[in-house]
Write a protein that binds this ligand. Structure first.
Ligand code: PXG
Length: 463
């Protein structure tokens, strides 16, 4: 077989891709007919495709390339570690420096007494760990019946059977036998579509109190934990009203329920603090991290666990672990990434420079005829598309407007994702103000084009 490289013609790469490569969350035949866009290189916030187009990445890959693309330091950290110790496990009374150093660093960065780290290869795996961990914790405390985990509709916690069950994605649950038993879901705090006549603050309280109602319905003695993303990411960057998290915290405290903050997207600077839990003053017992932990340069995730839970678990053997738990190369890359994020002041850049600049441009889109709501926390933002701004209306055929808009973005060499009819961004945290202007110019053009197309197709309320 001849070598397959960046130098092959795009059509040839697309044909091989279609013949052999199954893509996640993709209808294979549809993509095969169209051909995937082949990304060949990246630098900073810029992707290059096989046709030489330069695309600005408004999504940091999949919400993960916080430090930006092309950092030699991370490549060198990986090369050094591969040469010195490419692999060793931590199962049988052994350890190694990258795992030790990264665990200690995460304990230092994470708020409160989140001082203990269980490593995984991804966010999905870390959440699978969390399912077993919280149930085993209660069992060891003599309460084996305390095993139900409450999550939220439209949450995303991963794609393994366990983490996909924690998630509240209906389309995922419809395939392959999810959710597993003893995971239940309450409604999300999506004011724009579900808030009705209530003010955002009233609605935030209402939605938080669904947790208390669910605990009452199940019995406090049966509920192990509540899991939530500080801000729902893959669900469409649903920013909760300010009243939501304080009430959730009160309820978890009052009912002896462990609180798991899934920080896979919100961690490592995304919201303008190291963790979303700090932005919302949440005090979780367990935090799930992945993605920005290594800026996506190497696959690694972790559960960061508070003193009390870790202490109870440590009392006997926790029969759980992955071959790649604490993988030395991934841990070394993550450590180097955390060093760069800190030494280059990236979290401060998000809070003091990038967010304020982006916020001015982002919220100006509230005047766009297609946009019903603009949300931005740190560098994660969303726009709700609507056919009728005044009525906060949803499109009758959810997802079509979002898809049209995303296609216009793609055509304008900007990557923005759509979640049904919410457009979301999550650019690399190192984005400069000039790059934010380019990003926003392209997004605005894409929205104008999408608006014109939807108007021509009669999808919008007549003005
Ligand atoms: N928790 C959260 C909050 C996530 O966003 C996971 C867990 C799972 O992580 P892994 O590393 O197992 O993928 C995620 C992942 C999208 C998209 O289209 C989002 C994710 C993954 C893939 C696609 O928005 N989030």
């Amino acid at each position: 077989m001849k070598p397959i490289t960046n130098h092959l013609p795009t059509a040839e790469l697309q044909a091989l891709d279609a013949a052999h490569h199954m893509h996640p969350f993709t209808a294979g035949h549809g993509l095969a007919a169209k051909g995937a866009r082949i990304i060949t290189r990246a630098e900073g916030v810029w992707l290059t495709d096989s046709e030489g187009a330069r695309i600005i990445d408004g999504m940091a890959g999949l919400w993960c390339v916080n430090i930006g693309y092309g950092r030699r330091e991370l490549a060198e950290a990986a090369a050094r570690q591969m040469t010195e110790l490419p692999y060793y496990n931590t199962f049988f009374q052994t350890s190694h420096v990258p795992a030790i150093a990264l665990a200690a660093r995460l304990a230092e960065l994470a708020p409160g007494d989140l001082n203990h780290v269980f490593f995984a290869g991804s966010g999905s795996e870390a959440n699978d760990t969390n399912i077993r961990l919280v149930r085993h914790y209660w069992a060891r405390k003599g309460k084996p019946e305390k095993k139900v985990i409450i999550s939220r509709r439209n949450a995303y916690h991963g794609s393994s059977v366990g983490s996909g069950s924690l998630g509240g994605m209906v389309a995922m649950h419809a395939q392959g036998g999810m959710p597993i038993p003893d995971i239940v879901h309450i409604d999300q705090p999506n004011w724009f579509l579900e808030g009705g006549e209530a003010s955002p603050e009233e609605f935030g309280l209402e939605r938080a109190r669904l947790l208390e109602a669910k605990i009452a319905e199940l019995g406090e003695n049966r509920v192990a934990a509540f899991i939530a993303e500080p801000i729902q990411g893959a669900g469409g960057v649903i920013v909760p009203p300010d009243s939501y998290w304080p009430e959730i915290q009160r309820i978890c405290d009052a009912h002896d329920i462990l609180l798991i903050a899934d920080e896979v997207i919100t961690g490592f600077g995304r919201t303008g603090n190291w963790f979303g839990s700090q932005t919302y003053d949440i005090r979780p017992h367990i935090m799930t991290v992945a993605k920005g932990l290594s800026s996506g340069y190497a696959p690694i995730g972790a559960s960061i666990i508070c003193d009390e839970v870790a202490d109870v678990i440590a009392g006997d053997e926790f029969n759980h672990g992955y071959t790649y738990s604490g993988h030395p190369v991934c841990a070394a890359v993550a450590l180097e990434n955390l060093r760069l994020l800190e030494e280059e002041g990236v979290v401060d850049h998000v809070r003091d420079v990038a967010h304020p600049h982006l916020a001015r441009r982002w919220h100006a889109l509230a005047d766009h005829p297609l946009v019903g709501e603009t949300k931005l926390v740190g560098l994660m933002g969303s726009l709700a598309l609507t056919p009728d701004k005044a009525a906060r209306a949803a499109f009758p055929d959810p997802g079509t407007a979002g898809f049209i808009t995303r296609e216009r973005c793609f055509a304008n060499n900007v990557i923005m994702r759509h979640v049904w009819d919410r457009m979301v961004i999550s650019p690399p945290l190192v984005i400069t103000t000039d790059e934010i202007d380019i990003l926003m110019d392209r997004i605005t053009t894409a929205l104008d084009e999408a608006h014109a197309q939807m108007q021509a197709e009669g999808m919008l309320k007549a003005a």
